[in-house]
Design a protein around this ligand. Structure first.
Ligand SMILES: [Zn+2]
Length: 85
């Protein structure tokens, strides 16, 4: 048995291992909710008052096809009036 063939067999095993591992990872991620808790707790900056608010409790507004996050509805309205002026 040549070294090349041994390397080929080893390569197939390694590739199979990584494929299996990524399949298991995808399966586990698929079982989780679309947004992991970490992303919800991520701090986002209000572009109006520069306050940091957790993504989960931020007020989101779609302005000009983009989603912006604010600390309150007041800031969203302020931003909207600034951008549409
Ligand atoms: Zn604000």
């Amino acid at each position: 048995m040549g070294v090349l063939r041994l390397m080929l067999v080893a390569g197939v095993f390694v590739a199979g291992y990584f494929l299996l591992r990524s399949a298991i990872k995808q399966f586990r991620e698929g079982a989780r909710p679309a947004q992991p808790p970490a992303a919800r707790n991520e701090m986002v900056q209000d572009p109006v008052c520069k306050t940091y608010v957790p993504r989960g409790s931020a007020v989101s507004a779609d302005i000009g096809g983009q989603t912006y996050l604010f600390c309150s509805r007041d800031c969203a309205d302020t931003f909207q009036s600034q951008i549409t002026r």
